[in-house]
Design a protein around this ligand. Structure first.
Ligand SMILES: CC(C)(COP(=O)(O)OP(=O)(O)OC[C@H]1O[C@@H](n2cnc3c(N)ncnc32)[C@H](O)[C@@H]1OP(=O)(O)O)[C@@H](O)C(=O)NCCC(=O)NCCS
Length: 153
């Protein structure tokens, strides 16, 4: 696979992120969630929503050959909206994005990273070193809260 690079969000990225997330939801998350919920989530993650979110959080994009192939967001040590191109699952892009934001959070002095995982993303986070802390409910259903220590990692 050619090189994947990671960069911060620019205002023109909203459309590409909205398309990427909708593809993930319909092609991957749909195995764990009913169609009605998937469509509600697609309607939530519009290009404008990403532009709004970029004010509240740091959004990162993974690019390959000038194409957006993944995204993750961070507010300090909290992780949000992790999605990878469904055609490139299992290639290490998700892990790469997580290590990138973990390094940034560690440099800011955070002792652990915390994420909220969907049913679909739960096994991924466990695989890359996250441990279950608790379970919560969101408007989009069950959310597994997991943490990974950053000190000495
Ligand atoms: C979850 C997701 C981000 C993982 O991205 P990815 O780029 O495929 O993950 P990676 O290739 O970096 O995988 C890292 C490791 O986790 C494993 N893994 C990936 N997805 C997994 C899953 N759902 N369950 C268990 N293990 C998983 C990989 O096999 C790999 O294992 P290895 O250490 O043996 O190599 C991606 O599947 C995705 O976008 N899913 C749809 C959206 C979603 O559910 N996002 C999470 C919201 S909480």
């Amino acid at each position: 696979m050619t090189e994947v690079s990671i960069r911060g969000f620019r205002p023109g990225d909203g459309e590409a992120l909205s398309i990427l997330v909708a593809r993930c939801l319909r092609e991957v998350n749909s195995r764990d969630y009913p169609a009605e919920l998937i469509e509600r989530m697609c309607a939530h993650f519009t290009a404008d929503r990403f532009r709004e979110l970029s004010v509240e959080r740091r959004i990162y994009l993974a690019e390959r050959d000038g194409r957006v192939v993944g995204t993750v967001s961070r507010d300090g040590n909290k992780v949000y909206t992790m999605f990878v191109d469904p055609d490139l699952l299992g290639c290490g892009i998700g892990r790469r994005l997580m290590r990138h934001i973990e390094d940034l959070a560690r440099a800011e002095g955070h002792e652990f990273m915390e994420t909220g995982a969907s049913i679909t993303g739960h096994g991924f986070y466990q695989r890359i070193g996250y441990q279950d802390v608790r379970v919560s409910d969101t408007e989009f259903g069950i959310n597994y809260i997991l943490r990974r220590p950053l000190s000495g990692a």
